[in-house]
Ligand binder design. Structure first.
Ligand code: NDP
Length: 476
């Protein structure tokens, strides 16, 4: 080959590389544009619903490349259809307080998607509840329920009624009035609500009692029921326990364990309490818990005995976490979240967007190696992206907190069979489900460098089953 030929060949090579680069950069530009266009539509159709926009964005961002390589989903506009609720029900709830005064609240049920089973998802009673929060929760629920491998569609509901500071009778009257309307839209084979923030065993009991009275039927229309009337063992523990089982699975990929680790937990409600219990049982040290007033920092570690005090304080006395600090002589830090406390593992178990980008940086700077979300969407987009960038073990709620709805699914099965499984049986099934959700994340989320992006894994893993069912069922 003479000098000119060599030059020509080199030129051809460069042109080829340039064309490929241009094509790649055009393709990625095109992806950004598609995502932008998609989000523009979402925002236009759902104005002011920021939490919903955030949840949809997080899923769409990781799904778009997958859709590009699987055009059948794109042609059938599956993502657009999943982001549009099947039905949104909104209603007035009038009730009488203890002084005999009229009170009015707003009730909701979002029936998001029932491609793989009856709508399933909790009810939230909290003054911040509005459409944007419930639509984000219902959207997340579709993917989460699919990941469990059980036949459950996604839904969510609730009200802006605040049970805090209300008497048991006021809560009962509210629940009864709420159920008068809700009962028209739910049923064991249609839509099966459960608890969430502000809705525990007491509320589920009142709601179930009223449904039974209105319909004259004893069915598995709600989950999270007391064990005396159709509940499942391990249901109260399931979300917290499941989150910790998921952490054990993640740590095992790095040949590590919870034993001996320092764990920071936010919240002190249902999820936080049982996440703490399981961490303690596995030999970890829990040093914080919180509520909306601030957090307690117990350097010596929260023992099972101290945790029982918290359970009584929160579930029976309905007191504030500050009282823990007063009783055990540790620090209470008002109006702050616990993410600046040095730890190996962080479990946000309170509420959405409670951990921001700065908090995420503090955690990794302090040596945190794993974050698993017990709450739904507790990390902001910035925080989530930081964890992914730092390649720490980061599990999004739709994977790590799926244990709650999984055991709700098992409660539905037991109700249909009119059987009760033992504690060990339910716990073993829960462990198996968390293991298989983890495997699904690894399958769909492992990048070329061998690191698992659990957000991508959970989104694609949850999407595929629902999308295939939607394809098979036609345009409905
Ligand atoms: P609870 O009502 O039992 O507890 C909620 C806890 O979070 C309380 O400590 C509460 O403090 C705190 N909290 C609530 N809102 C805020 C806020 N705006 N700022 C700071 N703290 C707050 O609820 P759960 O434990 O059931 O739910 C917690 C999270 O887990 C939610 O995101 C929920 O969606 C999610 N989840 C729950 C499941 C379940 O089975 N229960 C299943 C899957 C996910 P305070 O008392 O002061 O309000």
């Amino acid at each position: 080959m003479n000098k000119n030929d060599k030059l020509h060949t080199e030129n051809m090579k460069m042109t080829f590389i340039f064309m490929r680069l241009k094509k790649t950069s055009m393709a990625s530009k095109q992806k950004v544009t598609e995502l932008d266009l998609f989000m523009k539509q979402i925002k236009k159709k759902n104005p002011g619903e920021q939490e919903f926009h955030q949840a949809v964005y997080e899923v769409a961002e990781t799904l778009m490349p997958f859709l590009d390589s699987n055009p059948k989903y794109k042609q059938a506009k599956i993502l657009e259809r999943i982001a549009e609720p099947d039905r949104v029900i909104m209603f007035r709830v009038g009730w009488l307080d203890d002084k005999g005064e009229f009170q009015v609240n707003r009730g909701f049920r979002i029936q998001m998607n029932n491609a793989i089973g009856p709508y399933k998802g909790g009810l939230r009673f909290h003054p911040t509840v509005y459409l944007g929060i419930l639509k984000f929760l219902a959207f997340e629920q579709v993917f989460k329920n699919s990941l469990t491998g059980l036949p459950m569609g996604g839904g969510k509901g609730g009200t802006d009624f605040d049970p805090k500071g209300k008497s048991d009778n006021e809560v009962m009257r509210f629940c009864q009035s709420f159920m008068i309307e809700l009962s028209k839209h739910i049923g064991a084979d249609t839509d099966v609500p459960a608890g969430d923030i502000g809705v525990g065993g007491r509320e589920i009991g009142f709601l179930f009692g009223q449904y039974k009275r209105l319909r004259n039927e004893f069915t598995g229309v709600l989950t999270g029921k007391s064990i005396d009337f159709g509940g499942s063992l391990i249901r109260p523990e399931a979300t917290g326990f499941g989150t910790v089982y998921f952490v054990e699975e993640m740590l095992a990929t790095r040949k590590d364990k919870i034993k001996g680790k320092t764990v920071v937990i936010s919240g002190s409600g249902n999820v936080a309490q049982y996440a703490a219990e399981k961490v303690i049982a596995l030999g970890g040290k829990v040093v914080t818990l919180s509520d909306s007033d601030g957090y307690i920092y117990d350097e010596k570690g929260i023992t099972q005995e101290k945790l029982e005090f918290v359970m009584q304080l929160k579930n029976e006395k309905r007191g504030r976490i500050k009282e823990y600090a007063e009783k055990y002589g540790c620090q209470f830090i008002p109006r702050k979240t616990p993410w600046g406390v040095k730890c190996d593992i962080a479990l946000p178990c309170a509420t959405q967007n409670e951990l921001n980008g700065d908090d995420a940086k503090k955690l990794t700077r302090n040596g945190c190696i794993a974050v698993a979300e017990g709450a739904n969407m507790p990390s902001t987009l910035e925080a989530a992206n930081w964890f992914i960038k730092k390649e720490i073990l980061y599990a999004p709620g739709k994977a790590s907190n799926a244990g709650g709805v999984a055991v709700s699914g098992l409660e539905m099965s037991q109700n249909s069979l009119r059987l009760s499984w033992t504690r060990d049986e339910v716990d073993a099934r829960l462990k198996g489900i968390m293991k298989s959700i983890h495997a699904s994340c690894i399958k769909y989320g492992t990048d070329a460098n061998g690191v698992c992006n659990y957000v991508k894994g959970a989104n694609i893993g949850g999407f595929v089953k629902v999308a295939d069912a939607m394809l098979a069922q036609g345009l409905v």
